[in-house]
Design a protein around this ligand. Structure first.
Ligand code: SF4
Length: 367
């Protein structure tokens, strides 16, 4: 039996026996047939562990004002070419309730990173209103960066129950090449532990195909997800934004290779972590019109349709070539329904679609 087949068999049967070196071997596959066998194995395991329901997380990009300066990001604080916006409380609540009425089950509130009281208090109010006005029925994920433990707890009590905090890479040296010195790697990692303690379902993720990143780094990222007992993964291929410092290091990046590496990471993560939620992110679609469906077929089970009013969408481009800038929420919903049906899967309408991994861990602690 070939090495690849052996590794896939081992992972499909019992992932605890496989090693990061073996995951790296899978990430280095370049033969199309072997790639397909990797995706098939991940898809089969997905059906066994999380099923064929795809869950929606309608995303509201509330504001592109950010105090940070990540070298890869189009809305970094130093980019003066960006027209900044900050949606009102009413606008945000309205979009969340649209998602509820349209049976999305859950939303994600995301924005640039801010720690000032005006911002954190506004979020608390919004969370309370969404909880109340949706009769507690809408699941709420937030993705609002590094905050104090007190703020995380306040937002949890106000109604958010999942938190996505991407670390972008788990290699501290590589992290240092992507951020100014003031952005401390360990602080970000510590936030994941604080979020877990505060009661959230914890999500993280990395960028895939960064300048200077190796397949060994990516295999270690998967190990990090496993060691930290992460519940949800939101990761995608790195896509260049020309108005960023990282762009000049990224001249040789190839779209097809980025897409393949993104899909291989989804598949390996599914095989190793098994019952977590994994998003097929929009970055996959930026590289291929059917990229998100390919993500679902490689083991992902979550899609994040954009709810942000189209008048704001052009202002929220973390990378260039972001798709669906002109499609309103209704068009987006119709388009995604068709896409999910085209690969024989169904949408878990009106359901939170919590991470089975999180549910099982909680049950274990209660018994
Ligand atoms: S990646 Fe996030 S924190 Fe960093 S500059 Fe962009 S919006 Fe701000």
């Amino acid at each position: 039996m070939s090495t690849i087949k052996n590794i896939l068999k081992k992972l499909s049967e019992n992932s605890t026996e496989s090693t990061p070196q073996e995951w790296q071997t899978l990430l280095e596959i370049s033969d199309p047939q072997e790639m397909q066998s990797l995706y098939d194995a991940a898809y089969a395991l997905k059906l066994d562990t999380v099923g064929s329901n795809v869950y929606f997380r309608g995303i509201v990009e509330m504001s592109n004002i950010c105090t940070k300066d990540c070298y890869y990001c189009g809305i970094r604080n130093s980019n003066s070419n960006v027209e900044r916006y900050d949606m009102s409380e009413d606008e945000i609540v309205r979009e969340a309730l649209w998602a509820h009425e349209n049976q999305y089950g859950s939303i994600v509130l995301q924005s640039g990173e801010r720690q000032d009281a005006n911002f954190t208090d506004k979020i608390t109010k919004i969370l309370k209103r969404i909880k109340e006005e949706s009769n507690g029925e809408l699941g709420i994920t937030i993705s609002l960066g590094e905050q104090t433990e007190e703020v995380y707890r306040t937002w949890f009590e106000a109604g958010a129950h999942r938190y996505l905090l991407r670390v972008e890479t788990t290699n501290p040296e590589l992290y240092g090449t992507l951020h100014p010195e003031s952005h401390d790697f360990q602080t970000r990692i510590n936030c994941l532990d604080i979020l877990r303690k505060a009661g959230y379902q914890v999500g993280t993720g990395v960028m895939i195909g960064l300048p200077g990143q190796t397949t060994a780094d990516l295999a270690q990222d998967v190990k990090f997800f496993r060691d930290k007992d992460i519940d949800m993964i939101g990761m995608g291929p790195y896509i260049v934004h020309s108005e960023t410092p990282l762009a000049e290091k990224a001249e040789t990046i190839n779209d097809e290779e980025q897409l393949n590496m993104g899909l291989k990471m989804i598949a390996v993560t599914r095989l190793v972590l098994r019952d977590v939620n994994i998003a097929a992110t929009t970055a996959l679609q930026a590289l291929n019109p059917t990229g998100r469906e390919m993500g679902l077929q490689a083991g992902a089970n979550i899609i994040m349709p954009n709810l942000t009013d189209t008048s704001y969408r052009k202002g929220y481009q973390l990378y260039e070539g972001k798709p669906c800038l002109d499609e309103n929420s209704t068009m987006c919903r119709g388009c995604l329904k068709g896409r999910v049906a085209s690969i024989g899967e169904t949408i878990g309408l009106d359901q939170w679609g919590d991470s089975p991994h999180f549910i099982k861990r909680n049950e274990k602690h209660q018994n």
